[in-house]
Design a protein around this ligand. Structure first.
Ligand SMILES: [Zn+2]
Length: 83
């Protein structure tokens, strides 16, 4: 059975999770979150999802820009060479 009295703690933890996965919390706040996700499976799932999304976001951001002459290359490729 779910314990309803954890609701306030869960809400507080959810508000901190994004900062937690980004390492932006104070040591005290970090301990509150990590202690809570140890005992609360719902928040542990939320934490895992946030961690996954944050990693995904960081990986996407680190993808280098496409080469600047990409458009020219495509145009050259699809335009038949004149003779
Ligand atoms: Zn919780």
């Amino acid at each position: 059975m779910r314990r309803q009295q954890n609701q306030a703690a869960c809400t507080a933890v959810w508000n901190l999770i994004t900062s937690y996965v980004n390492g932006k919390l104070s040591p005290e706040e970090e301990r509150v979150v990590s202690d809570h996700i140890d005992i609360c499976s719902g928040c542990r799932e939320e934490f895992k999802n946030s961690l996954f999304m944050t990693r995904l976001l960081k990986e996407n951001l680190s993808i280098p820009d496409p080469p600047k002459d990409l458009t020219a290359t495509i145009v050259r490729t699809v335009t038949p060479a004149k003779k």
